[in-house]
Design a protein around this ligand. Structure first.
Ligand code: HEC
Ligand code: HEC
Ligand code: HEC
Length: 429
């Protein structure tokens, strides 16, 4: 309560004193609050959805987000009085973030991750509000409206969606775990909204679980034609074999334990996790490493007989399995014949959990479209993976992916020509 009174006192003071307050004793506290809000906006990746990449004004909205209902446009959340959220009171801001209801009463589509944001603490909400009101440049421009086909255009129906699915309250610390674990759980479940991609969704687009009490939580999900893998302790396609410091490095610089960020995770690292403090990233990794293996799939047995046989055959060039020739001609120069990759440049494919994933959407899409590793301040330089849409046929793509999923001790189900065909049709490539 005291903090709240302080906040309103501060607001009134700021309005009255204006920029002069920057030099006062209170001004220092305000600047600190705004700065903390800026950090939290990074942790929540507000820019990832509300800023158009490559040159869009920060937080001015207008980024189209793919959803099963159609494309949803993000709002201008700069403090512009007419086109942004400049007129939002603190309570209205909280209502938009926690309940998905805009100032004008409009129900927001759950493409805005308010079921996760409902867990954001009051302290963090105050800092976020201070940042969006005082740390962001107003942009006097309307974001293009969302036009969905009927019946999805009926925002009022979201009232029922909310009644059915959003029951999350503030984050409740678990007394069984220490402060570091709770910090990690809080960041992932609230601001980080990691489950928005990594948790499978049910028939009404609801996330099937918002914390570790659900066996579906973070077991992998498809969003916008990218599969975000299982983050539980599954030793095959999950994080069971990835160590805490490797997870931290992956989130900080896009490279860790031979894995390289790709697909929709690239933006998460570029806009959000690279800015998080080492303490917060370690907290996330500690929390992730505590998650019991769920929904296991794929396996890695590098010392098996089959693995050593292929190793010898690749060495002597006598591999006759479908896909092996394609791999040697098109992939091995970066990923290496033994699938070990090159540290800080090209990911390993042997034992890579993303390669062993049950759902092959991301693998197919990456080979069709190519990709770039993230551009970060402290991480290794950005490297490109070429697109193979023009170089390989649909069948060849299926063969080379099957090859990398069943070689070097990797053991995951084959990829069919049909899997590749279906996805290529979906992404029009
Ligand atoms: C995963 C994408 C995503 C992220 C991350 C995200 N938003 Fe949004 N946000 C949206 C979308 C989409 C809408 C518009 C929804 C609609 O029109 O129904 C929206 C709408 C809003 C609105 C309502 C504005 C209005 O009046 O229309 C506010 C306020 C808002 N977001 C604030 C934030 C803040 C603050 C953060 C970071 C803590 C954030 N958002 C992160 C997708 C996102
Ligand atoms: C916009 C969707 C999206 C969001 C949000 C997201 N991820 Fe991801 N994530 C992905 C995709 C897609 C991949 C697979 C590509 C890769 O491995 O980089 C991935 C991969 C990962 C991996 C590597 C897993 C592996 O087996 O290779 C980790 C660790 C991870 N994410 C952690 C997180 C954390 C922590 C958060 C929240 C702070 C988060 N992700 C939020 C989409 C997302
Ligand atoms: C010029 C070097 C290069 C070539 C050739 C290449 N790749 Fe890649 N590959 C990369 C880079 C760089 C990444 C990281 C991409 C990203 O971050 O978007 C990557 C990522 C991957 C991944 C995801 C693994 C992870 O952890 O990021 C798979 C799977 C993959 N490549 C398979 C292939 C296959 C199959 C071929 C051949 C058809 C191939 N690559 C050819 C450079 C290459």
């Amino acid at each position: 309560m005291r903090a709240r009174a302080f906040f309103f006192g501060w607001l009134v003071a700021t309005l009255a004193v204006g920029s002069a307050s920057a030099f006062s004793q209170d001004g220092a506290a305000d600047a600190e609050l705004v700065k903390r809000g800026e950090y939290l906006a990074k942790a929540g990746d507000c820019a990832g959805c509300h800023t158009v990449p490559q040159g869009g004004a920060p937080f001015a909205g207008g980024l189209g987000m793919g959803s099963p209902f159609g494309t949803i446009m993000t709002s201008n959340i700069t403090p512009d009085m007419q086109f942004g959220i400049g007129e939002y009171s603190y309570e209205e801001f909280v209502k938009a973030l926690r309940e998905g209801v805009a100032r004008d009463g409009k129900h927001l589509y759950p493409a805005m991750p308010y079921p996760s944001f409902s867990k954001i603490s009051d302290d963090d909400m105050r800092a976020l509000y201070a940042y969006f009101m005082h740390g962001v440049q107003p942009v006097h421009k309307a974001a293009p409206p969302t036009k969905l086909p009927f019946p999805f255009s009926q925002r009022w129906a979201l009232v029922f969606w909310n009644l059915a699915f959003t029951r999350e309250g503030l984050y409740k610390p678990s007394p069984e775990h220490d402060a570091q674990w709770n910090r990690g759980a809080y960041l992932m479940q609230s601001l980080g909204h990691c489950g928005a991609c990594h948790t499978p969704r049910g028939p009404a687009y609801e996330e099937r679980g918002y914390d570790q009490s659900s066996k579906h939580y973070l077991t992998g999900g498809v969003n916008d034609h990218w599969f975000a893998p299982n983050l539980t302790g599954d030793p095959g396609s999950g994080l069971g074999r990835v160590r805490q410091h490797e997870i931290v490095a992956f989130l900080k610089g896009g490279h860790g334990g031979g894995l390289v960020t790709f697909g929709s995770m690239v933006q998460v690292v570029e806009d959000s996790t690279q800015y998080m403090s080492d303490d917060d990233l370690n907290a996330i990794a500690v929390y992730l490493k505590s998650l019991q293996a769920q929904n296991p799939s794929g396996a890695y047995a590098p010392h098996s007989r089959a693995a050593s046989l292929t190793a010898t055959a690749m060495h002597t060039g006598e591999v006759a399995r479908p896909g092996s020739g394609i791999f040697m001609s098109y992939c091995a120069k970066c990923h290496q014949a033994d699938g070990a990759g090159v540290a800080n440049k090209y990911p390993k494919l042997a034992g890579n959990p993303a390669v062993l994933a049950a759902d092959t959407t991301s693998l197919i899409r990456l080979v069709v479209e190519g990709g770039s590793s993230p551009e970060t301040h402290d991480g290794p330089e950005c490297k490109k993976m070429p697109a193979f849409a023009q170089k390989l046929t649909t069948t060849e793509i299926a063969q080379v992916l099957t090859f990398i999923r069943t070689t070097w001790g990797n053991n995951a189900r084959p990829v069919s020509t049909r899997d590749v065909q279906t996805l290529r049709a979906d992404i029009h490539k």
